[in-house]
Ligand binder design. Structure first.
Ligand SMILES: Cc1ncc(COP(=O)(O)O)c(C=O)c1O
Length: 347
């Protein structure tokens, strides 16, 4: 099977991480991590320049998100403002905590989606949401929010008394700028989420982290654990952070292949959106959808189709390894050309 459906980093973790795995000792199983939480917080502080007492850790970014949704604001009347074209799971957690959800739309351009900061700000004024959620790069549309739009939204949040969550799960593919972390320093209601799952290729490890302003102090206290993560995970995160060169090389390959997908899939009539993440969103004319679904599944290439909602009739394709991408691109093109030529193997 070729898994291009969950935005995992198909190149896998770095050599340094593999060394950790090769050198696992029994002691790592029978004893607690000795340095938790100082060691990991210090390492993240050193890497990203945010003090350890502003760092959250979780069982993936997913876990931290859930903690935030449950923790902040009044339990009776929580509200969330987010893009309609954002990760479906935000809706699931918002519903769990009975939050009212307000949406603004991403603007669909010729080859990209864009954030509509003016509309988001209008809705902030109107609803004074408990949380404003900005996913950047956004899953599944792939676009990032511009620095100036982000700043405008954060500035507005002071008067609307909203918490700002910036989900940067796909950080690293479009450069490794830490400009959003400056907002954590300057505004105490901002939380930036990151993860070891995507850029660092450790999704199975389940470690996410976040940087939070002082309004999140209670959440940070709740979030910290006494005995911490397992020692193997801790070692792996250190090795991942020490392997920046390797991961930047992977990001370069991924970005190169995004351009290949763009060129090849556009040539057969699909609309491919520009992406700053490790996936692309592709709009598919209706006649191709069922053949693509059936044939890709049959050939063991999994991509994520969206049948309904704000990104209806699209598929999100994770950028895999060069070899996986070769297979996926050729297959998609052959299926589409097959439909166009009424080929019988598609019946
Ligand atoms: C936008 C976004 N945020 C967070 C996550 C969760 O990441 P983690 O593996 O760290 O829980 C995902 C996973 O796909 C995601 O797409």
């Amino acid at each position: 099977m070729i898994y291009l459906d969950k935005n995992e980093n198909q190149y896998g973790p770095s050599e340094k991480c593999k060394e950790v795995i090769k050198n696992i000792t029994l002691e790592m199983f029978n004893s607690y991590s000795r340095g938790y939480p100082k060691k990991i917080l210090n390492r993240l502080e050193k890497e990203f320049g945010v003090p350890g007492d502003k760092i959250l850790l979780g069982y993936g970014a997913e876990d931290i998100l859930k903690q935030v949704f449950y923790f902040v604001g009044d339990h009776q009347k929580k509200s969330i403002l987010m893009a309609r074209q954002a990760w479906w799971y935000y809706n699931a957690i918002a519903e769990e905590v009975n939050a009212e959800i307000h949406y603004f739309d991403m603007v669909e351009k010729k080859h990209s989606f864009e954030y509509d900061a003016a509309r988001a700000i209008e809705l902030m004024e109107k609803h004074r949401p408990t949380i404003v959620l900005i996913c950047s790069p956004n899953n599944p549309t792939g676009n990032s929010i511009s620095r100036s739009d982000l700043k405008k939204i954060v500035k507005k949040s002071i008067s609307t008394n909203s918490f700002i969550i910036i989900d940067e799960a796909y950080w690293g593919y479009d450069g490794t700028s830490n400009h959003s972390l400056k907002l954590v320093k300057d505004y105490n209601n901002v939380l930036v989420l990151r993860t070891f799952s995507k850029f660092y290729a450790l999704a199975g490890l389940r470690i996410g982290f976040g940087f939070a302003g002082s309004q999140f102090t209670d959440l940070i206290k709740f979030n910290m654990r006494y005995l911490g993560f397992n020692s193997i995970s801790e070692h792996l995160t250190f090795s991942a952070l020490d392997s920046k060169k390797y991961y930047l090389k992977i990001a370069k390959l991924v970005n190169h292949d995004k351009k290949r997908y763009f060129k090849e899939l556009t040539s057969v009539g699909l609309k491919v959106f520009k992406s700053e993440a490790n996936f692309i969103l592709v709009k598919i004319p209706e006649k191709y959808i069922e053949p693509l679904k059936t044939e890709l599944q049959k050939e063991g290439v999994l991509v994520r189709f969206f049948d309904k909602g704000a990104v209806k009739n699209t598929a999100r394709i994770t950028i895999g390894t060069v070899e996986q991408n070769d297979i996926a691109i050729e297959l998609i093109k052959a299926i589409i050309e097959g439909v166009d030529n009424n080929e019988r193997w598609l019946e």
